[in-house]
Design a protein around this ligand. Structure first.
Ligand SMILES: Cc1cc2nc3c(=O)[nH]c(=O)nc-3n(C[C@H](O)[C@H](O)[C@H](O)COP(=O)(O)OP(=O)(O)OC[C@H]3O[C@@H](n4cnc5c(N)ncnc54)[C@H](O)[C@@H]3O)c2cc1C
Length: 390
């Protein structure tokens, strides 16, 4: 399905497209590959800085934050162009899309200048410290404790799954500051530099590869954090957390559609059953684009539409997972070879160039990160279908 937009939106796309043609780093310049979502080789920092300086990093923001006050449809064609060409605007996606935007929305003027702007310019990287061993889907159950002592908070506890923490300069960390009120009401957000005494990051491998050290356990033992690093008001961290996840989910369906498109392109069905599954992949892709486009139109009209975020996240992540499963089946034993599928995409992470097996294992992540499929189903049941709480 091809969407067309008004002339001004297409002019915006053409301007961005010309910028990319002129400025994109070459494959030879990008040989040093990022080691985690908070590790940026110099070329990746330079690339992000160039986008920032030209207002193409986060087009919805004002120029001081790397944008150009773009409309919803302009933001969409910007992302569409990046997806179509398989380009990452940032190799520290959590830092730019979640942490920096949260600081812009909730931080003080000083926090914006000291932390958000350097992250946007590629001078610092940041990770997101939300999940804990006993607080994932139920994030409000988090127990990492911060106690105010004079001009500081003293933090004790543990985070887990903190992507890229070992390479990040700081973590946006959610902590319990009041244990005596209902759990959503006693949470605060703190900026914690990773070189603070008492903070230890322990990276660990994921299912895709023993060498892929992106996840971390992060331990806090009497970590002293200046009180000025509190983001938003004390005990109002739940608002910041919801804002953070909101940033993560906006227009996410387009990324799923892009990866689905890529899986379809690389799939070679051989049997009648595989051809049926292949047809389902294509139908999922078109359903996702059609429903995503309808949601985009509602967003462009300024209509509040939180439930479609869950519907699209569920549809997109589950379709990607099924498609990666089919890709692996159709590849047979060769699915284990690396690299086998996909054209090398030097401005993206390396998953397009990975084996079918690795793409299968990575396909699972999206059904968990940013709210699991079960949680999305719960939201849809309650908010869209009006069913009682389970
Ligand atoms: C690739 C990736 C990157 C990540 N990066 C980060 C990061 O940078 N920072 C960070 O803080 N976290 C990160 N996470 C963690 C992620 O947010 C959590 O994994 C997620 O919120 C689920 O929490 P959990 O793993 O503790 O699972 P749990 O919440 O323990 O869930 C276990 C199972 O129970 C199900 N379940 C739980 N509650 C319900 C319910 N009420 N109804 C029905 N079923 C339920 C879940 O769906 C799941 O199947 C990342 C995860 C992944 C996969």
């Amino acid at each position: 399905m091809q969407l067309t937009f008004d002339e001004d939106v297409e002019a915006f796309r053409a301007e961005f497209s010309a910028f990319l043609d002129e400025n994109l780093p070459t494959e030879a310049q990008t040989l040093e590959r990022p080691q985690s979502v908070s590790h940026m080789p110099q070329w990746a920092r330079d690339w992000q800085r160039l986008l920032f300086d030209n207002g193409w990093l986060l087009p919805a923001q004002s120029p001081e934050f790397g944008g150009r006050n773009a409309t919803v449809l302009q933001q969409f064609v910007h992302l569409d162009e990046l997806c179509r060409r398989r380009i990452f605007h940032s190799f520290n996606p959590q830092g730019v899309n979640i942490v920096a935007t949260s600081l812009i929305a909730f931080g003080t003027a000083e926090q914006k200048q000291r932390f958000a702007v350097p992250v946007l310019r590629g001078e610092m990287t940041a990770s997101l410290g939300m999940s804990e061993p006993n607080a994932g889907s139920d994030l409000a159950a988090l127990s990492t404790r911060a106690v105010r002592e004079g001009d500081e908070f003293v933090v004790n506890g543990q985070k887990v799954w903190t992507s890229g923490a070992h390479h990040a300069d700081f973590l946006l960390t959610f902590v319990r500051t009041d244990p005596d009120v209902p759990k959503h009401k006693g949470i605060s957000a703190l900026i914690i530099p990773t070189d603070t005494e008492g903070l230890v990051c322990r990276p660990f491998a994921d299912i895709a590869s023993q060498d892929n050290l992106d996840f971390n356990e992060v331990f806090f033992a009497d970590v002293r954090v200046p009180a000025e690093n509190l983001v938003g008001e004390l005990n109002q961290g739940w608002r910041v957390a919801n804002g953070s996840l909101g940033h993560e989910r906006t227009m996410m369906w387009l990324l799923f559609a892009d990866r689905l498109d890529n899986l379809i392109a690389d799939c070679r069905p051989r049997t009648p059953l595989e051809r049926d599954q292949y047809a389902s992949m294509i139908m999922d892709y078109h359903a996702l684009r059609a429903m995503g486009s309808a949601a985009l139109a509602r967003a462009a009209r300024g209509e509040a539409d939180t439930s479609s975020v869950s519907v699209l996240k569920l549809l997109g992540s589950e379709a990607e997972r099924r498609a990666a499963d089919v890709l692996l089946d159709t590849a047979g034993i060769e699915g284990l070879l690396h690299p086998v599928t996909g054209r090398y995409q030097h401005m993206n992470n390396d998953e397009y160039f990975a084996s079918s097996f690795e793409r299968y294992t990575r396909g699972i992540a999206a059904t968990i990160a940013g709210g699991t499929s079960e949680i999305q189903r719960n939201i849809i049941a309650q908010q869209v279908l009006g069913l009682p709480r389970g």
